[in-house]
Design a protein around this ligand. Structure first.
Ligand code: G6P
Length: 605
């Protein structure tokens, strides 16, 4: 959501801070700011514009410093405004940036007001700045360590003090924070990606850690106050993800990267095997009796597709739950459940909390399907499969989704193998299909001009309905989500069979109805649903495959994919819907990569 960068060095680090913000900006972009320590003063620049504007302001004021912190914000407490932008200052002596949400901010504010602190923003963050100030007596590290003890909620913070040159203190609980090690310089960031190009030597802080960075050293204290060593690792940060290349937007680039992302994800995998998911997977897979999938947003829809694959191929009962629901409801735990968390970032607060909740109920066989190797979810699960989509910058997820599907299909086949539910030749045939996916997706991308033509019509509409059945109902859900996220057109998805139980009442000639109608066993049922729409004057946009009897006619627009792709068909149909949403948003002139109010990685509840 928000992003943090900090540095303590013996050179001008302002360009590093700005570049770090640029790399993190896709995660939160309501406002941004920097605070640096120069000649025993704190200088701050903030803007509700983008990082590019912040950079211009910094250049105008010719700001150079060897110590500082920076932040890009996704608003939770307090509207997006300059006043609410980080860094927050306390009495010109402490500057602080924060990711997360402080739950006891009201009580702390009342106490600090009684001590005479004046609040200038509506943020929970300002409370932490004043709290640190109230505890500061010349040693920032101790002040921060004492302050975080009083915080309830989630936080990653970075702090500088006017009177302590070349020193930044950070702390984390519930939100990630890393330390970057350079030559005579150290950095702090909410993600190693922020430091790409500066250092790949990274130490990951643990829950409850407080850390101090100076140019020549760093130290860490754990939640109990003990000095600890956090190992420095060499990380591979995907820098290529940051370059836009010939594309107009990251989302477009990422849609077109899908053949490559799928090929990378499947690279070297000849046949499904439990070992692909971790050393202990063979033993666990032999034991599990059911699967519980937990995820949010697009990743949740990947789970809905996977549930059908798991039941069809591996005959294993599967439940899929929205993480934010599961974590707070009473459920009936079973230790022989394989708990699968699906997450692009591996840091989504609700999914992480749902995982921890599942474990607290004794369900300890856990698997992460994730795109970020260093994420909390990958660290906290026993089993894992890393998708190799590469950095996904566009807020609306595309290549992460299709690579998750590839991973989940492998999971279904691997479980089928262990459970002996499929003949070997079927597994071989399905695997061949899976490996052919990159080429099949390329063929769908070639349909872009037809989807642009649909998009031109959609851009004039206020609402849209998406229909699908079976494996393609989750794809209709994902298509509707993509459209609403970036074009702001109200879109809803229904299983086509439910049409007559409500949504049909909405169908008029002003409501485009997108129907995902592959050439599968449900096609005739979907055709009946389409007839119901046409009978009410609704305009149909049908995604179908070659050789179906769905024909273009008055009020019926058809885009045809190449031959039906069997169980993997959802991976192809969703690509067409991604292109539809993308081009609709572009036609409307929206900021496709940074849609209003949304964030890439939702690390707060
Ligand atoms: C946010 C993003 C979505 C994403 C969801 C879950 O809402 O905008 O694109 O699907 O979070 O994120 P995750 O990283 O857990 O897949």
């Amino acid at each position: 959501m928000c992003g943090i960068v900090g540095a303590a060095a013996k050179r001008d680090i302002v360009p590093v801070l700005v570049e770090g913000l640029r790399r993190l900006e896709y995660r939160g972009y309501d406002s941004c700011g920097v605070a640096v320590q120069i000649n025993n003063t704190l200088q701050r620049v903030r803007t509700v514009s983008r990082v590019a504007d912040l950079d211009t302001q910094i250049q105008t004021h010719a700001i150079h410093a060897d110590t500082g912190i920076a932040h890009t914000r996704w608003a939770t407490h307090g509207a997006p405004s300059t006043r609410n932008a980080h860094p927050m200052l306390s009495r010109e002596q402490i500057a602080l940036v924060h990711n997360g949400i402080i739950e006891n901010h009201d009580a702390l504010r009342v106490r600090l007001q009684a001590l005479g602190y004046v609040f200038e923003s509506q943020t929970d963050t300002e409370v932490i700045a004043h709290l640190v100030h109230s505890l500061y007596a010349g040693d920032l590290f101790s002040a921060v360590a004492a302050a975080v003890k009083q915080l309830e909620g989630a936080y990653a913070i970075a702090v500088v003090a006017r009177d302590q040159p070349q020193c930044v203190v950070g702390a984390r609980a519930g939100s990630p924070l890393v330390i970057g090690v350079g030559l005579h310089e150290h950095f702090i960031a909410s993600d190693a990606l922020a430091l790409a190009g500066t250092t790949n030597q990274i130490a990951y802080l643990d829950e409850g850690d407080v850390a101090e960075i100076l140019p020549d050293q760093f130290r860490v204290q754990n939640a109990h106050g003990d000095a600890v060593v956090r190992t420095v690792q060499t990380v591979r940060v995907d820098e290529s993800g940051a370059a836009l290349g010939p594309y107009r937007h990251y989302m477009q680039k990422e849609i077109f990267e899908q053949p490559r992302a799928l090929a990378d994800t499947l690279e070297g995998i000849e046949s499904p095997a439990p070992e692909l998911f971790g050393e202990q997977a063979p033993a666990y897979f032999a034991r599990v009796k059911q699967v519980l999938v937990l995820a949010c947003g697009t990743s949740y829809y990947a789970g809905l597709v996977a549930a059908q694959w798991l039941e069809t191929l591996a005959k294993i009962p599967t439940r899929v739950e929205i993480a934010s629901e599961y974590r707070y409801r009473e459920s009936v735990p079973d230790p022989d459940t394989l708990v699968v968390v699906i997450s692009q970032s591996g840091e989504t607060a609700d999914t992480l909390a749902a995982l921890r909740h599942a474990r607290s109920l004794g369900q300890t066989i856990t698997l992460a399907i994730c795109n970020v190797a260093s994420s909390a979810m990958v660290r906290e699960t026993q089993l894992r499969f890393l998708t190799r989509a590469g950095a996904e910058i566009g807020v609306a997820s595309t290549k992460a989704f299709t690579t998750q599907l590839a991973a989940l299909f492998l999971l279904a086949l691997s479980l089928a193998k262990v459970r002996n539910t499929l003949p070997e030749q079927t597994i071989v045939a399905q695997m061949r299909h899976l490996r052919h996916l990159p080429r099949a997706v390329s063929a769908v991308l070639a349909l872009e001009p037809q989807l642009m033509a649909w998009a031109a019509r959609f851009a004039t509409r206020q609402h849209a309905l998406f229909l699908g059945r079976g494996l393609h109902y989750p794809i209709a859900l994902e298509g509707a989500l993509k459209l609403k996220e970036i074009s702001y057109i109200h879109a809803e998805a229904y299983p086509a069979g439910e049409l007559k139980h409500g949504p049909l009442a909405l169908v008029t000639d002003a409501m485009p109805v997108v129907t995902v109608a592959p050439n599968d066993a449900l096609l005739e049922k979907v055709r009946s649903n389409m007839a119901e729409v046409r009978a009410r004057g609704g305009e149909l946009y049908v995604l179908t495959d070659a050789h179906t009897q769905v024909l273009t006619e008055e009020g019926v627009h058809v885009v045809r994919l190449a031959a039906h792709y069997g169980l993997l068909s959802p991976v192809l149909h969703v690509v067409a819907l991604q292109l539809l949403a993308y081009h609709t948003a572009v036609t409307l002139g929206h900021d496709v990569d940074k849609p209003r109010n949304l964030a890439k990685s939702v690390t707060v509840e």
